[in-house]
Design a protein around this ligand. Structure first.
Ligand SMILES: [Mn+2]
Length: 288
């Protein structure tokens, strides 16, 4: 397994200086830095090349995460919106290829955060599956995994459980359409977290970790030993990426609904120390 973190642990906006965070993540001992995929479209070819070369030198790989905007929802009933969504995610995959980022993660099949104004699940499945199938052709040609994130009922009505994601991916029918499970969401929706991981099996393409309140693993009550056992049961060897959200404020705080400080008013040094301790804790639970 390869261990990583989303850059947004340290910031309050969905953008940042990825060179700086790649160096920070490597220094802490991570193998992966997860970034905002949308930001890749605002980077020049030269900037992508420079980041690729830096991450190679650091021995860090980059995974790309996106919550598409509502006007780029590939499951929309409006064909122009679906088309805009497919065009945008396709452009992102080309930028990822230049960066050598091989995992596109998130609510790729819809938009995020969902406003629940329209909840026609049957239509969203049919339209979304056709769009993801279209995206999978590009993903196949570039060697990128589309990791569809299963999120809780307060964030989408489309994929809330692993069982739904398995059915959805089967319908897409591409080896590049994979599942992303996240312990924060699973804690709300799954009967048993380990069983959900085993149900995903080889379709599990990416894994997000965080406590029930999105603190770093080890600070809450999730069953990390059971989770590690399930990942070993399916011989999981891909990314285990933390998505800790402990700072309130900014767009990150409002999208994630962090309405209080969960860091213990940590200094920058303490933030680094906490995530480093969590990485050590996770490795002990997951690697046997
Ligand atoms: Mn997640």
């Amino acid at each position: 397994m390869k261990f990583g973190t989303l850059f947004a642990y340290w910031v309050r906006e969905w953008k940042g200086d990825y060179a700086l965070f790649a160096k920070k993540a490597a220094k802490i001992g991570f193998d992966i830095l997860e970034i905002s995929a949308g930001q890749l479209l605002r980077m020049s070819g030269k900037e992508l090349d420079e980041l690729r070369s830096l991450t190679k030198d650091l021995g860090i790989s980059i995974t790309s995460n996106i919550g598409p905007a509502k006007n780029k929802d590939v499951s929309s009933k409006n064909p122009a919106i679906r088309k805009a969504g497919i065009r945008s995610l396709t452009a992102i995959m080309h930028a990822m290829d230049r960066l050598d980022s091989r995992v596109l993660a998130g609510v790729l099949y819809s938009y995020w955060p969902c406003d629940f104004r329209e909840v026609d699940k049957k239509a969203a499945w049919e339209l979304g599956i056709a769009s993801v199938r279209d995206l999978a052709e590009t993903a196949e040609s570039l060697g990128i995994d589309l990791c569809l994130e299963v999120v809780n009922r307060f964030e989408t009505y489309i994929l809330n459980t692993c069982e739904e994601a398995v059915r959805y991916c089967k319908a897409v029918g591409s080896t590049r359409a994979k599942i992303l499970l996240d312990t924060f969401h699973m804690n709300i929706e799954e009967d048993n977290i380990g069983d959900a991981i085993r149900l995903a099996g080889p379709r599990l393409g990416h894994f997000h970790v965080g406590e029930g309140n999105r603190k770093v693993p080890g600070k809450g009550h999730l069953p990390w030993n059971e989770i590690g056992k399930a990942l070993r049961d399916i011989h999981y060897e891909k990314g285990v990426v933390m998505e800790p959200f402990v700072l309130s404020g900014g767009k990150v705080g409002s999208d994630i609904k962090v309405w209080r400080d969960l860091s213990g008013n940590a200094t920058a040094e303490k933030m680094d120390k906490d995530i480093k301790a969590s990485l050590k804790f996770l490795k002990q639970a997951f690697i046997k």
